[in-house]
Write a protein that binds this ligand. Structure first.
Ligand code: PRP
Ligand code: URA
Length: 213
């Protein structure tokens, strides 16, 4: 994992890079695409959660008593941004099966590219939890900024944002609006095009995960 700036990290693992290439390929079908999103989310989650605090507990092995570490404190909440963020949830849940799952529904206006929130249901209380927000695409950053603002309004404090592909514009916008949020991206792409799509990107993540359009 490479540190880009404070609280912004880009993945370097060859497996993540390989799977992102498969995602980008326009010939990758829905079934494979979904599987790749899940696998990449698990690999990224593994990296992003490497600082979870541990505490020692007393256990007894078949051989003897010993102290051994477990994850300390309140557990996790995973919050996908609908729709596309949903595709990353099974990958994170595979790592942390007891995590609670909230949902934030956002869609981008096709003309203005402004985000609109249509749903929000978060685990309560959320204050003590590490919150993992998932959305495969960070383009203008509008959806991410609004989603994080909403989570903070509900009391969320420790937020990690996982995005498979990000444009520099989106990273800047999210980091400036919420510098305390730890942002983990699979790959930083070149730029946005005139329709605010990421280049080279992978197209519309929601449509490719759910087979719509
Ligand atoms: C996509 C994507 C992000 C958003 C990124 O969702 O999953 O949520 O666009 O763009 P932004 O950074 O410019 O806000 P979309 O609005 O297409 O909704 P969908 O997931 O339901 O397809
Ligand atoms: N949303 C997507 O799904 N893809 C993009 O490139 C930009 C926003």
């Amino acid at each position: 994992m490479k540190k880009i700036t404070d609280n912004v990290y880009e993945m370097e693992h060859p497996l993540i890079q390989h799977k992102i290439t498969m995602l980008r390929d326009k010939n990758t079908g829905t079934n494979e695409f979904r599987k790749m999103v899940e696998e990449i989310a698990m690999l990224m989650g593994f990296e992003a959660l490497s600082d979870l605090p541990l505490m020692e507990v007393d256990i007894e092995t078949p051989i003897e008593k010993c102290k051994s570490p477990v994850i300390a404190g309140r557990k996790l909440a995973i919050v996908p941004i609908l729709r596309a963020g949903l595709g990353m949830v099974p990958g994170i849940l595979a790592l942390t099966p007891t995590a609670k799952v909230g949902h934030i529904g956002m869609y981008r206006d096709e003309v203005t590219h402004e985000p609109h929130e249509y749903y929000c249901k978060l685990p309560s209380p959320i204050e003590q939890r590490t919150i993992v927000v998932t959305d495969p695409m960070l383009a203008t950053g509008g959806s991410a900024v609004d989603a994080v603002t909403q989570i903070k309004k509900h009391g969320g404090k420790r937020i990690k944002f996982l995005s498979i592909i990000a444009a520099p514009e989106g990273i800047k916008k999210l980091h400036e609006a919420h510098p305390d949020v730890e942002l983990y991206v699979g790959h930083i792409d070149r730029c946005l095009n005139e329709n605010a799509y990421i280049c080279p990107g992978l197209g519309d993540a929601g449509d490719r995960i759910f087979g719509t359009k």
